[in-house]
Design a protein around this ligand. Structure first.
Ligand code: HEC
Length: 141
């Protein structure tokens, strides 16, 4: 009897783990962008964003930082899709909606790199279904 309830419990835990894993998707710690992509994002950032958000993404006055503890506190628990759609809809503040989906992903790659998330071998996609599966987690351990 003990053995049976052990195995029932074990099976229940194992399937729960599978479900949780499927729901949790990927994390910003898993190398979800490439260095090339971040470099392209940096070039756009320098032209279109640095005048407000600052050359080192530190922000100033009304303009929020895009790197560092305050930014991360805002975003941990949300998804990269949330950040991408906010960026696409509201930035650059002078011309919202003017960025192409690929440019948004390049900018997000640059923002991830600036927050010390590791680069990987696969580009950050630009479709919202994939982006909504990548969760912000605290960088490093
Ligand atoms: C004219 C100044 C200005 C420019 C140019 C600008 N921003 Fe912003 N940005 C702001 C302000 C002000 C806010 C805060 C208002 C808000 O959240 O809607 C903001 C908010 C943001 C946020 C949300 C931050 C958060 O934690 O919620 C992101 C991401 C962002 N900007 C990225 C960019 C990127 C990338 C560019 C370049 C393509 C850019 N911005 C260009 C002024 C600007």
């Amino acid at each position: 009897m003990k053995a049976i309830s052990f195995w029932v419990g074990f099976a229940a835990c194992a399937s729960l783990t599978v479900v949780l894993f499927a729901q949790s998707g990927s994390s910003t710690r898993n190398g979800v962008y490439t260095n090339d992509q971040a470099a392209q994002g940096q070039a756009i950032y320098t032209q279109q964003c640095a005048m407000c958000h600052g050359p080192s993404l530190a922000g100033s006055g009304q303009t929020p930082a895009l790197a560092g503890p305050v930014f991360l506190k805002n975003w941990i628990g949300q998804t990269v899709g949330d950040l991408s759609s906010k960026l696409q809809a509201t930035m650059p503040a002078t011309s919202p909606g003017s960025l192409k989906p690929d440019q948004v992903s390049e900018l997000v790659a640059f923002i991830l790199k600036s927050n010390h998330y590791p680069a990987g071998k696969t580009k950050l996609p630009s479709d919202s279904a994939s982006l909504n599966n990548i969760h912000f987690e605290a960088p490093g351990r």
